[in-house]
Design a binder for this molecule. Structure first.
Ligand SMILES: Cc1cc2nc3c(=O)[nH]c(=O)nc-3n(C[C@H](O)[C@H](O)[C@H](O)COP(=O)(O)OP(=O)(O)OC[C@H]3O[C@@H](n4cnc5c(N)ncnc54)[C@H](O)[C@@H]3O)c2cc1C
Length: 495
């Protein structure tokens, strides 16, 4: 038992946790961060990310304030567009079928740009996301899908800089320490029971911030809440997010909130390892499907690959793949699409077949019904509106007509050899269900009353995403609520 209480204990060691820790510290609180992972694996899912942040901006001038070393030449050859608060709110509403908690959505949107500036002042560097969020058409980059900036060095760069800032500001970090239970006293939550190196301890605190992620790495919880078959999904990120923070809060009467049967999941390398590899976090990505077709074991298309920019579809297509016979699919591309394939398609470890004819390709995709596949491609090619020009930077409306499952944009016939096919399964990113918080990040009980001394931020917050997720909102939401949680927890501790 440690008798000297910290003002604020933060459970978790990812982006949301570190933003909470920095924010509490700058308000004078003594802060302890508890990270379950060993030091070389610290940083949670945040370390696996591409580092994309979805922010409100009004074009080049706003981006230059965040990326001051952007050159005139880069600005001249880039159309950053703009992404207003209304666009952001519309996307959060539209993508979640309008189930998103409006107060939480508004809090993210209104604080997004300011929070990125706050992170910049604490040492995080941002860059424009050329390549992943903008295609070069006729010498000019045009950003699509609302995401312009990413943290320099991706998720690993972000986490390294946040830990550096934590160190500089005198925040104590204890790795290999798993929080197991919240401790409550007469003033609410006043400590955490932990296990580190096999030894139990109670750490006393005046306020606790939970930022320990969702339950995506817990097979049993996945199957219990997401449903049968989810035990087979591959985890794209960290193995340490097993729902502990959520469970600890539920145990003391916190309210569950959001879509517990929902998660972010993507088409992912079929034979990927069970958990992500932080040294190669993007190796399993198969996100270029808008420029090809996907077929299942029956040789049939089953989804509109071009329904929208991949930022707005990728997070729900993992579930669709999981639901196919055998829980796998193949993505098919011809030489016209090949230049648009993301780098991950070229990495070792991709389950890939190539062939000079479609018949040969059908033979090589061993688990696929060959005759049906050839018929699918024939029908698809015949249905493409070739009169509509192809443009990867806009929803180009180059669609198919008359198919049972039409493709709405970027429909190019599969006709120029050699052909390539990549096999995908389902990779789970994070879960949508979690705790109910208010806009000041108090964790709420079943009567919507704040549990004194308890705050939450990041992936374990429920009510933000339902059915789908607008890409690069996760880090932004974690930063916004982490910063608020740190401030509120420090204020509570001071009282
Ligand atoms: C491959 C991949 C790419 C992604 N790309 C992006 C992107 O570009 N942009 C974006 O916005 N989002 C992206 N995401 C989603 C993003 O990772 C999450 O939304 C975000 O990182 C969540 O941050 P967090 O701090 O809540 O959780 P995490 O970063 O996962 O942190 C949770 C922390 O809690 C710790 N922990 C767990 N249990 C305990 C316990 N009992 N005791 C102590 N510590 C514990 C974990 O070790 C970890 O450090 C991506 C996710 C993945 C997997």
């Amino acid at each position: 038992m440690n008798d000297q209480p910290y003002d604020v204990v933060v459970v978790g060691g990812g982006n949301a946790a570190l933003c909470a820790a920095l924010s509490a510290r700058e308000r004078g609180a003594s802060v302890l961060v508890l990270e379950r992972a060993p030091e070389d694996k610290r940083g949670g899912n945040s370390a696996f990310t591409g580092g994309g942040f979805r922010i409100v901006h009004h074009g080049a001038d706003d981006i230059r304030k965040i990326v001051p070393d952007l050159t005139d030449e880069e600005i001249a050859r880039t159309d950053f567009g703009q992404y207003t608060a209304e666009d952001y709110l519309d996307d959060l509403g539209r993508i979640t079928q309008y189930y998103v908690d409006p107060d939480l959505a508004e809090t993210i949107v209104r604080n997004s740009t300011d929070t990125v500036h706050w992170m910049r002042e604490r040492g995080v560097k941002f860059m424009p996301n050329y390549g992943r969020q903008a295609y070069n058409v006729n010498g000019r980059f045009k950003f699509f899908g609302g995401v312009v900036i990413y943290a320099n060095g991706g998720g690993r760069g972000l986490i390294d800089l946040l830990y550096k800032a934590a160190d500089k500001h005198g925040i104590t970090v204890r790795c290999r320490t798993q929080a197991r239970h919240l401790v409550c006293g007469s003033n609410g939550v006043d400590g955490v029971r932990v296990v580190g190196n096999g030894v139990e301890d109670v750490i006393r605190a005046r306020a606790v911030v939970l930022a320990s992620g969702g339950f995506e790495a817990n097979r049993e919880m996945r199957t219990r809440y997401l449903g049968p078959g989810w035990d087979m999904a591959k985890v794209r990120g960290t193995r340490y997010n097993t729902g502990d923070g959520i469970q600890m809060a539920l145990d003391i009467g916190a309210q569950s909130y959001g879509q517990w049967s929902g998660c972010h999941s993507v088409a992912w390398e079929r034979y990927a390892p069970d958990f992500g590899d932080v040294e190669h976090p993007h190796a399993g990505y198969r996100h270029s499907y808008p420029f090809g077709i996907m077929v299942n074991a029956d040789g049939r298309r089953f989804v509109d690959e071009g329904a929208d920019f991949r930022n707005y579809t990728y997070a729900r297509y993992g579930r669709v793949v999981l639901q196919q016979p055998g829980s796998f699919a193949w993505q098919i591309f011809d030489q016209q699409a090949k230049p648009l394939l993301r780098d991950e398609y070229k990495l070792r470890g991709a389950t890939k077949v190539t062939a000079n004819t479609l018949e040969e390709l059908a033979d090589r995709m061993q688990d696929v019904h060959g005759r049906n596949f050839l018929e699918t491609v024939r029908q698809f090619n015949a249905a493409v509106r070739r009169d509509v020009p192809f443009d990867p930077n806009v929803r180009d409306g180059r669609c198919t007509v008359g198919l049972e499952v039409n493709k709405s944009n970027w429909a190019n016939p599969i006709e120029v050899a050699p052909f390539e096919a990549y096999s995908v399964g389902c990779g789970i990113t994070f879960t949508f269900g979690g705790l109910k918080i208010d806009t000041r990040t108090h964790v709420l009980d079943m009567e919507d009353a704040a549990i004194p001394g308890l705050y939450a931020a990041g992936e374990l917050v429920g009510g933000l995403y339902y059915f789908n997720y607008p890409g690069s909102t996760g880090l932004m939401a974690g930063s916004v609520f982490g910063r608020i949680a740190g401030r509120e927890a420090a204020a509570h501790a001071a009282r």
